[in-house]
Ligand binder design. Structure first.
Ligand code: SAH
Ligand code: SF4
Length: 431
């Protein structure tokens, strides 16, 4: 999400005569686009600011801006605490950047952390950053109206709002015309996407949006993230089944496998509901669809038995991949206000380690199932290790590495999988 936002920021800046550089020494303006989701994300930014302090000492004319969720969460406090910061701008205020820079030029500190109910940056064409020219993100909504008790997002990114469907379609068409072959539709809860065209009263839901993007061209792959288990509909799953170019991967974060923990997290579904959604994926998409998750270890009050339920859920679902975290209390969230962060750091770490170990076993086992099968791979470029090999992804979002042959970036190629690790499929192209 921040990556996509940075592309919007770059666009706003370019329209106002700024250019970007990859050499920090030659920059006279430095923006950090920040994340508040866990404490260590914020700590990284604090460390980076420490480093920038040195740079600014040598060159006092450099201006430094903190953008994104940390700006929104800390507001003026950030300017008070980090003297090196000139500019603090929240996620809904990027159009105001040129103005704010005007204030900075006059020698003031500038801040805009106004959260909007409407801003979706629908009309801004993102400037693609570090692009491979093949895959791009498209933000389809902003903010979040769920109140998961552990989560800071509703406070830093504001109310949920969906972006004009026609602007999303235009952006996807434009990318395809420029040679891109894959778009990922982004939102905190894509299943609650809803856009009403005021001119004719037609309402577009997520399944319909997905279908329209997929209809642009069969050569354009479509991915999306994140699906919320409480909202993911069979209509979306059926739309995936009906379009070969909608990639068969669902990121369905469980967070925990225990219903009491899920209740304390205010996820508004329980273990049974979650497993029913998994059964629905298998029913409609078969075993062809990869499933990934997010889990949090050591949430408030989590007992050993509750932790075991997360492991047993993982055993049942057999996730292809997972993003796994130790609970990190965020100030002013419902959990911070009402629940005790009472699982010790040591126990959190141990439980997280158990989750990571189990997941790596499952990832390896799931990958082994691909051996002997042929997968369509969209080539993204050379493999990390050698220019004699190419790498790309299959529909299930797994990295596939194979000898280069005559193939090039951006092509689709059929690859027979011959071997794997927990993280990568290895194979050879077949004609
Ligand atoms: N909207 C997405 C999640 C976005 S945040 C969803 O609802 O699934 C990405 C992930 O960060 C979450 O799924 C959660 O696993 C993790 N996360 C969020 N807040 C956290 C916290 N306070 N401590 C640890 N992990 C957290
Ligand atoms: Fe956070 Fe929950 Fe919204 Fe995801 S759905 S962004 S976890 S509040």
């Amino acid at each position: 999400m921040n990556f996509a936002d940075t592309e919007i920021i770059l666009s706003v800046m370019q329209q106002n005569g700024f250019t970007s550089t990859s050499n920090i020494q030659s920059a006279d303006l430095i923006f950090l686009n920040t994340c508040s989701i866990r404490e260590n994300a914020e700590q990284k930014v604090r460390n980076r600011l420490e480093h920038l302090r040195g740079l600014k000492k040598k060159n006092p004319d450099i201006k430094i801006g903190v953008l994104g969720c940390m700006a929104e969460r800390l507001k003026t406090k950030l300017i008070d605490e980090e003297k090196v910061v000139d500019l603090v701008v929240g996620p809904d205020a990027y159009r105001d950047l040129p103005n704010l820079l005007g204030e900075v030029d006059e020698g003031q500190k500038a801040i805009n952390v106004f959260l909007s109910r409407e801003e979706t940056y629908a009309d801004i064409e993102p400037v693609r950053l570090n692009s491979n020219g093949i895959s791009a993100f498209i933000s389809i909504m902003r903010g979040c109206d769920n109140m998961c008790s552990f989560c800071v997002v509703p406070y830093t990114r504001g109310r949920e709002r969906s972006r004009d469907a026609s602007s999303i379609l235009n952006e996807a068409k434009d990318l395809f015309n420029k040679g891109f072959k894959e778009v990922t539709l982004l939102g905190q809860n894509v299943d609650s996407y809803k856009w009403k065209d005021e001119s004719n009263g037609v309402v577009v839901n997520f399944a319909q949006l997905l279908s329209s993007v997929a209809d642009i061209n069969p050569q354009l792959r479509v991915r999306f993230t994140t699906s919320h288990p409480k909202d993911m509909t069979d209509e979306v799953l059926k739309t995936m089944a009906a379009h070969p170019n909608i990639c068969k991967n669902i990121h369905l974060p469980a967070q925990s496998g225990n219903s009491a923990v899920l209740d304390r997290m205010n996820r508004t579904y329980d273990r049974e509901w979650y497993l029913e959604r998994i059964a629905s994926i298998k029913r409609i998409l078969g075993d062809d669809c990869s499933i990934t998750t997010d889990t949090i270890a050591g949430f408030c009050g989590e007992t050993e038995a509750e932790h075991q339920d997360t492991l047993s859920l993982m055993d049942i679902v057999q996730y292809d991949y997972a993003y796994m975290f130790a609970y990190s209390e965020r100030p002013n969230t419902p959990a911070a206000k009402k629940l005790k962060d009472d699982v010790s750091e040591e126990v959190k770490k141990r439980r997280l380690q158990e989750i990571i170990q189990l997941q790596s076993k499952h990832s390896f086992e799931r990958n082994k199932l691909a051996i002997g099968k042929t997968h369509e791979v969209l080539i993204e470029g050379f493999s990390k290790r050698s220019e004699d090999y190419l790498q790309g992804r299959n529909s299930q979002n797994k990295v596939v590495v194979f000898p280069k042959g005559q193939y090039e970036k951006g092509q689709y190629v059929e690859v027979l999988i011959t071997d794997c690790t927990a993280g990568t499929l290895l194979g050879k192209s077949i004609n």
